[in-house]
Design a protein around this ligand. Structure first.
Ligand code: UDX
Ligand code: ADP
Length: 460
């Protein structure tokens, strides 16, 4: 049957990257048919329902606009592959938990399975686009698998890493700083690249669509995340010094950020960075450097993760010390469990570490979050200790000895902290892991206030 669509695009993996990215392509390009497939039938069912599997501001509206018109979610991966001209692969690539490279290297088993499935189901030549973050040279492995049966079918493998951040995915997709497309420096590579450029050129100015060789493209994604994470670890390292010296990390960040060479973004000191990308990608980079014998370079990047771990550890130790070195039987409320604001995602969230450590001290926990309570319950499954999950922050804080702000949800900036204070056990403590509340006002209300990167305000 002749299709009415100009191109048939498939995305394998309907996750945080695949779902929103394909929704945007379908929204901006009504002339293409976009199919999204996943091995997880529940995920696909959710994408086809009014309760999407991920919370992302603006996503519901876009999906509602195009789903069933030129955007389709199914579990029929074989047919999807068979019918596609261009296949984006955005399956997960978690850190390996076993064997060589455990805890460091990327686990490429899902990726390899996908490559084999593409080979099995294809009857025509296709462009394969790596969307997930991958170690450099993955495209080579992919090509080897795809060429392994020596058939007449040609697969051209390209790299097109996704730079969207969760919580702002729709904005980032609609108006990206840049789109990067890497290809083999061959005639067929350039031809395939043109086809991918053509997709994005439907809404992105040409000067923001960068092209490079495929290895530069794969590496740039790891390096972008490593640089971003490095800025956070740098300011977090300074936050510890600020707490000792009566400097204020926010003032320091403002002062250095106005230097245009440094810039003012990603300088918010915090309880530590989380998310599915930063730690995984840096460890990947470190593993890659070590595999080439670049141990000093590897150590340098690994320290970004060490500082992040240190920041999470010292946040909990500060709580313990401030609350008279005992948390046993004390009720502590976590404001936020998501790894950042405006998402329900809890992958690698510092909240998981903080919760675990507080429970080890025999504290009782109340976890509050406007979007992430379901994921929080999954993450805490099997962890021993008393845990309550309460969405409403006022109800969550009631009767608690302390509040720890873990996620920078806007909601927590504007609460009636007088009301909260009056419902809490005294002395009441607040540990602001995001520096989002007015510390002086909270101190005046009666709280003992522990910000990140400036001295505590206490009543004793
Ligand atoms: C990141 C990259 O930004 C994105 O380009 C890439 O595609 C995927 O990884 P994401 O993990 O979704 O995106 O969120 P991001 O906004 O980068 O935040 C990561 C973590 O750093 C969060 O835990 C956030 O709270 C924390 N953070 C961010 C800080 O602690 N301080 C800051 O100044 C900025
Ligand atoms: P990301 O944040 O990179 O998008 P996610 O874990 O949210 O990662 O999404 C990856 C998706 O890929 C998951 O929904 C998972 O079920 C899917 N997936 C993993 N392996 C395969 C496979 N072989 N075929 C199809 N989908 C897969």
């Amino acid at each position: 049957m002749e299709s009415a669509f100009q191109k048939n695009i498939l995305c394998i993996g309907a996750g945080y990257v695949g779902g929103p990215t394909m929704a945007m392509i379908a929204y901006k390009c009504p002339q293409y048919r976009v199919n999204v497939v996943d091995i997880n039938p529940i995920r696909i069912q959710e994408w086809n329902s009014s309760e999407l599997p991920i919370f992302e501001p603006g996503l519901d509206e876009i999906v509602a606009e195009v789903r069933g018109k030129n955007l389709f979610f199914t579990t029929d991966i074989d047919k999807g592959i068979h019918d596609a001209d261009i296949i984006f692969v955005s399956v997960n690539t978690p850190t390996k938990t076993f064997g060589v490279g455990a805890g460091m290297a990327a686990d490429l088993q899902y990726w390899e399975k996908t490559a084999r499935q593409i080979l099995r189901c294809s009857e025509s030549s296709k462009i394969i686009v790596e969307k997930s973050t991958l170690p450099v040279k993955t495209a080579l492995a992919m090509e080897r698998i795809l060429k392994s049966d020596n058939s007449h079918i040609h697969f051209e493998v390209l790299s097109n890493p996704e730079f969207l951040a969760e919580g702002t995915a729709i904005q980032d997709l609609e108006n990206p700083d840049r789109v990067l497309i890497g290809c083999s420096q061959t005639e067929s590579g350039f031809k395939a690249m043109e086809q991918i450029v053509e997709i994005y050129a439907n809404w992105i100015p040409k000067e923001r669509i960068l092209t490079s060789n495929i290895w530069s493209s794969e590496l740039s994604k790891l390096v972008a995340n490593a640089f971003l994470a490095q800025r956070i670890s740098s300011i977090n390292a300074i936050s510890e010094l600020c707490e000792k010296t009566e400097a204020d990390v926010k003032e320091v960040a403002r002062a250095i950020g106005m230097d245009t060479r440094i810039g003012n973004k990603f300088l918010n000191a915090s309880v530590g960075f989380g998310g599915s990308c930063f730690q995984k990608d840096i460890l990947n980079l470190v593993y890659l450097c070590r595999s080439y014998g670049l141990n000093i370079v590897a150590d340098y990047w690994e320290s970004v993760v060490s500082i992040n771990n240190h920041q999470k550890e010292r946040f909990v130790l500060n709580m313990l010390k401030a609350m008279f070195n005992t948390l046993a039987g004390k009720k502590i409320c976590l404001f936020g469990f998501a790894f950042k604001a405006d998402t329900g995602d809890t992958r690698e969230t510092p909240a998981r570490y903080v919760a675990q450590k507080l429970l080890e001290e025999n504290a009782e926990l109340v976890i509050s979050d406007p979007q992430a309570l379901q994921n929080a319950q999954k993450d805490m499954h099997g962890v021993t200790g008393k845990i309550h999950y309460i969405k409403d922050p006022y109800a969550a804080a009631q009767g608690c000895h302390a509040i720890a702000i873990i996620t920078e949800w806007d909601l927590y900036r504007h609460l009636d902290y007088k009301k909260i204070f009056s419902s809490m056990n005294k002395p009441a403590f607040i540990f602001d892991g995001r520096n989002i509340v007015d510390h002086n006002i909270l101190f005046d209300i009666g709280f003992n206030v522990y910000p990140i990167g400036k001295p505590a305000l206490t009543h004793f």
